[in-house]
Design a protein around this ligand. Structure first.
Ligand code: HEC
Length: 133
């Protein structure tokens, strides 16, 4: 059955509202992207804390080649939430075996707690990791 003309316009308006709304969401997502200075901060923190002793990370000018933990080069693909990453970084043993990268079960205790840092630096590292694709 064809919609009457009021129904048609109502439908058209809701479809355009939806399109506007979703493009606004995409934009706000883009706004949440890491600033250049936060990216520099994150890289400095990662270098100063020797994450590269254990992790490979070959992106954004970093050349880390560790093999004890999972490769972080495309970390964004793991779709970890900021909260999850904060748990992983500040208290690795809090991550249950079924959530770690396959092959690294039971190795949470190897990673040192990264918790003597400011929340700002922690957030920069988290967003940096989430941007690596
Ligand atoms: C002494 C070795 C070691 C050091 C140093 C280390 N890690 Fe890890 N890391 C591991 C191991 C082993 C795992 C895998 C077990 C786990 O998930 O806890 C891991 C897991 C991770 C994960 C989880 C990846 C995922 O999505 O499952 C992230 C993110 C991470 N490390 C980031 C870092 C960062 C950032 C640093 C530096 C602040 C760091 N690590 C320092 C050994 C290390």
């Amino acid at each position: 059955m064809l919609p009457n003309s009021t129904g048609f316009w109502a439908l058209l308006i809701s479809v355009s509202m939806l399109a506007l709304f979703s493009s606004a969401c995409l934009e706000s997502h883009a706004d949440a992207r890491l600033s250049k200075s936060d990216e520099e901060m994150a890289k400095r923190v990662i270098l100063n804390n020797d994450c590269g002793l254990c992790h490979t990370l070959q992106a954004r000018g970093l050349n880390l080649t560790g093999k004890i933990g999972p490769d972080l080069t495309e970390q964004a693909h793991r779709n970890r939430s900021p909260q999850w990453l904060q748990g992983q970084l500040t208290n690795p043993v809090s991550i249950p075996d079924h959530e770690v990268v396959p092959g690294f079960e039971g190795k949470q205790k190897l990673m040192p707690k990264f918790n003597r840092t400011s929340q700002r630096e922690l957030n920069a590292v988290i967003e940096f990791l989430r941007s690596l694709n």
